[in-house]
Ligand binder design. Structure first.
Ligand code: GLY
Length: 606
């Protein structure tokens, strides 16, 4: 496919959807509506590629493969072939919801003390120790084999064309390169920490003055095109075995900062895992998310369940002090449990059902009063078998969220990541390696010597906060597809998006435009409004009202990247198949999309 054809699909697939860059209403973006299919991503080129595949009759999974391969090229700081992902997928034909765990794994040689003497988070991040065995290529292949419709090879064409002919570097990528370069004490080779890898340095940086390549630079990535060609031709084995796998293992083991221990056997042995979704009821809706090793589904579910138990404390507006207070207290309780109990459930016992047990949540919700409770202690959910130490590590993150609904009624919610910005900073064959293993607790035990559920262990997957979510109506129909990047703030962003739609009746774009607030069992953060992007509100008045209730408050910038699709079904009198008007009731599907303008989010589809 010619790039011009792909770009014209931007016009057809995205702009025709009532402006894929969202219309302006006053200053703020408004929702985009389509009737047949929709894709929302954090980058316009990825959205265009997904919309193009949907237009060809592809499924949500087909579109996801095209989107993911383009994101790895044009938003490499957030996700890619060298990273991992979680998917919640609704299979319309079988009326079944599955989740896919494509989380990166620790190498077989990893030990509990991996990060104890690594010199702190930044040094561990920029090293071979942090690289987990990637999950994305195997995830794409697994999902396509089960749920794809278009030929596998076709799905790689958009990204391959862009990689070969070039694409314009985004302002977002360029400024993130500049931010990391500024954090280096020296730009000299051998002394640089960020972009220490000469290949990544040459790709992203002007070597003459050590500045980030500016936005608009035509970026050509032939090694990436060649990697895609190998994947398209030979499938995921081309990544996990043979020369690409050998090069990944060599890059990890030869890291210029701290060598890692990933081997070609680790790559060859990698498997994705289908797991049951974690579902709970919220105000008559069924909310389904990702279970362990992600904490997302449990923490989002706990926040919602705790809120539902306290209608007496719920506010009437998204940003009134009652709503923010109740959400913050639910956040405190949810994060206390999350930090205590959640790790990879293939290695540690996680009381999944107990954490969402209705009686347990009712008892926990009774702890909430009209004033801030201070640091919440974890509860004892039914099913706890061992006393863990908590993992309170705070995390930064480079992550992206993709929401897709196709014409067949399938829905896909995927959060995909290389962990921190640009992963561990090392480029192999055109893609960046992740630093996902820094999502493990650096301390294997707490001060009392209790093992931390999220400690490093060989072949284990680090705990995540990623919260891809699908919400169903009481009749089982898909209502909402949502999720966000943002490190452990993902949990708050995602839960708030659901509250904004279900409790306050906002459409997806309005739900995104509401400033964020949350408490991760510490300070209550409220978002500094962004003119033209979020609602304006009186931050001082809200902060003062929260302080009156005993909160410590931070007014801070927030970097969510929510991608939301709402599915609205209504009966209407339409044309019958043979063109006879009036006699037939047809379900009429409206897809309403919202994309986060805090990032480069766009909506596409028809
Ligand atoms: N690396 C971000 C997360 O998994 O939560």
């Amino acid at each position: 496919m010619d790039l011009r054809i792909l770009l014209s699909s931007v016009a057809i697939g995205v702009l025709a959807a009532g402006s894929g860059w969202a219309q302006e209403d006053g200053d703020l973006a408004t929702a985009v509506t389509t009737h047949r299919e929709m894709v929302v991503t954090a980058n316009p080129l990825a959205t265009a590629a997904g919309a193009h595949i949907l237009k060809l009759g592809g499924t949500a999974v087909d579109a996801m493969v095209a989107v993911q391969t383009v994101l790895g090229l044009v938003e490499p700081q957030s996700s890619g072939l060298g990273g991992g992902a979680f998917i919640v997928y609704y299979d319309a034909k079988h009326q079944q919801t599955i989740t896919l765990d494509a989380r990166e794994k620790a190498p077989a040689a990893a030990t509990e003390d991996r990060f104890v003497n690594a010199g702190g988070f930044i040094n561990a991040w920029q090293s071979g120790l942090s690289v987990g065995v990637p999950g994305v290529p195997r995830m794409m292949e697994h999902m396509h084999a089960k749920y794809g419709r278009l030929p596998w090879q076709r799905l790689f064409i958009p990204a391959k064309v862009m990689a070969q002919r070039g694409f314009e570097l985004s302002e977002r990528t360029s400024s993130q390169v500049a931010g990391l370069l500024a954090a280096n004490a020296s730009c000299e080779e051998g002394e640089r920490l960020f972009f220490r890898d000469p290949i990544a340095f040459e790709y992203f940086v002007n070597s003459d003055d050590c500045s980030a390549k500016p936005a608009g630079t035509l970026m050509v990535n032939k090694p990436y095109a060649n990697t895609l060609k190998a994947l398209a031709r030979w499938g995921a084995d081309a990544f996990y075995q043979g020369p690409i796998a050998e090069e990944i293992a060599a890059a990890v083991q030869g890291d210029l900062n701290i060598p890692g221990d990933m081997t070609t056997d680790d790559l060859a042995n990698y498997q994705v895992v289908e797991r049951d979704p974690v579902c709970m009821n919220y105000r008559g809706h069924r909310v389904c998310g990702m279970g362990p090793p992600s904490s997302g589904g449990l923490a989002v579910g706990q926040i919602l369940g705790l809120m539902e138990n306290r209608p007496d404390l719920m506010g009437s507006e998204p940003l009134d002090v009652d709503t923010v207070h109740l959400f913050s207290q639910a956040g405190r309780l949810a994060f206390a449990d999350r930090n205590q109990y959640v790790g990879d459930s293939d290695f540690v016992s996680v009381p999944v059902a107990g954490m969402l047990d209705e009686a347990y949540l009712a008892a926990r919700a009774a702890l909430i009063t009209e004033t801030d409770m201070g640091t919440a202690d974890p509860g004892t959910p039914p099913g706890v078998v061992s006393l863990n130490g908590p993992d309170n590590t705070a995390k930064l993150s480079g992550t992206s969220h993709v929401s897709i609904v196709d014409r067949y009624g399938n829905a896909l919610s995927m959060t995909t990541t290389v962990e921190s910005s640009f992963g561990n900073g090392v480029m192999v064959r055109g893609f960046l390696l992740n630093n996902e293993l820094t999502d493990f607790s650096f301390a294997p035990t707490d001060n009392q010597g209790n093992p931390v559920a999220n400690r490093v262990q060989p072949d284990k997957r680090p705990r995540s906060s990623m919260s891809p979510t699908i919400v169903f109506a009481a009749d089982g129909k898909v209502e909402l597809v949502t999720g966000s990047p943002g490190g452990s703030r993902i949990i708050g962003y995602t839960a708030q998006s659901i509250v904004n739609v279900i409790d306050f009746g906002l459409d997806p774009q309005e739900a995104i435009n509401v400033p964020h607030h949350m408490n991760r069992n510490g300070r209550t953060d409220i978002e500094e409004p962004i003119p033209g992007v979020t609602w304006e509100y009186d931050t001082q008045a809200l902060a003062d009202a929260l302080v009156d209730r005993g909160h410590s408050v931070g007014v801070i910038a927030q970097t969510s990247g929510l991608s939301i699709i709402q599915v609205v079904e209504s009966e209407h009198h339409g044309m019958g198949r043979k063109g006879k008007r009036g006699k037939h009731h047809h379900p009429h599907t409206l897809l309403i999309g919202g994309a986060d303008k805090r990032r480069d989010g766009t909506v596409g589809g028809r």
